[in-house]
Design a protein around this ligand. Structure first.
Ligand SMILES: [Zn+2]
Length: 266
């Protein structure tokens, strides 16, 4: 994962994904106060014009139109929705009409967006079938194998072969800061079995859980090649001055966006 800067805006991208995409940070926007400065969350109490300007800046670095965005209302589930031009928002403040934690498309000029602030954002790209996916994996979504469900949706809908798909797992809370009670490891174990086990460590009464590593294991289980998966080393909670972190702020925060689109051919 590499850090890119366009003027004050800083974002991350993966060399594995040869299509416009990016993981935003909190740097380079115009929002003020506790939303300073690149808040891309539509329901965080931001000023309308600040949010529009933040999206203008983020879309500009991706070469995407602000009228190409498709967003979803995330509910920590495992629903994945295939979207087209008809699902694009004319304005970022328009209501989001459906609940889902994953999006896929094979249409150019449709930019998929997922939000996070400690949860794991995952972007997928198939250069052969020319399709993209994006999903949001908190611990519930990770246990529900949302990353694998999104890969399966791309296979079913667009004929993607998992061996062709490239994945970028973005900045999220690391095992250093994601301390849990027994409920999280129990849910992981019940849902995923032994593949999650190496990434959950007991420490006294608590557990430290590496969500990004478990999402990577889910993608490997789905048939992705290890060399096709890029994982950000950044912890949003440790690096709370660079990223939005729900845990660090107690919830008074903006949101990161992870976005990807297919580039039109020719
Ligand atoms: Zn940390």
């Amino acid at each position: 994962m590499i850090t890119k800067r366009v003027r004050s805006l800083e974002y991350l991208a993966s060399p594995l994904l040869d299509t416009p995409h990016g993981f935003s940070t909190r740097l380079g926007g115009v929002s003020g106060g506790h939303l300073s400065s690149l808040n891309l969350g539509c329901h965080r109490g931001d000023e309308d014009e600040n949010l529009r300007e933040n999206y203008r800046r983020f879309c500009a670095v991706l070469g995407a139109g602000t009228d190409s965005l498709v967003m979803t209302h995330q509910v920590h589930g495992t629903a994945v929705r295939a979207v087209t031009e008809a699902d694009r928002k004319a304005d970022v403040l328009d209501p989001t009409p459906f609940d889902a934690d994953g999006l896929t498309t094979d249409r150019p000029d449709v930019t998929l967006v997922v939000f996070s602030a400690d949860c794991v954002p995952i972007l997928l790209y198939d250069p052969v079938r020319r399709a993209v996916g994006a999903c949001h994996a908190g611990w519930r979504g990770t246990a529900g194998a949302i990353a694998g469900v999104t890969v399966a949706a791309m296979a079913e809908r667009y004929g993607c072969r998992p061996g062709d798909i490239r994945a970028a797992i973005g900045p999220a809370i690391g095992p250093c800061c994601f301390e849990t009670d027994d409920d999280v490891p129990q849910a992981m174990e019940a849902a995923l079995g032994p593949i999650a086990r190496p990434y959950m460590t007991r420490s006294g009464e608590k557990w430290h859980v590496d969500l990004k590593a478990i999402d990577r294991a889910v993608l490997l289980e789905s048939g992705l090649a290890p060399e096709h998966i890029d994982v950000s080393g950044a912890c949003t909670c440790c690096e709370h001055q660079r990223f939005w972190s729900h845990r660090h702020t107690g919830g008074l925060r903006g949101s990161q966006a992870a976005a990807i689109r297919m580039e039109a051919v020719g």
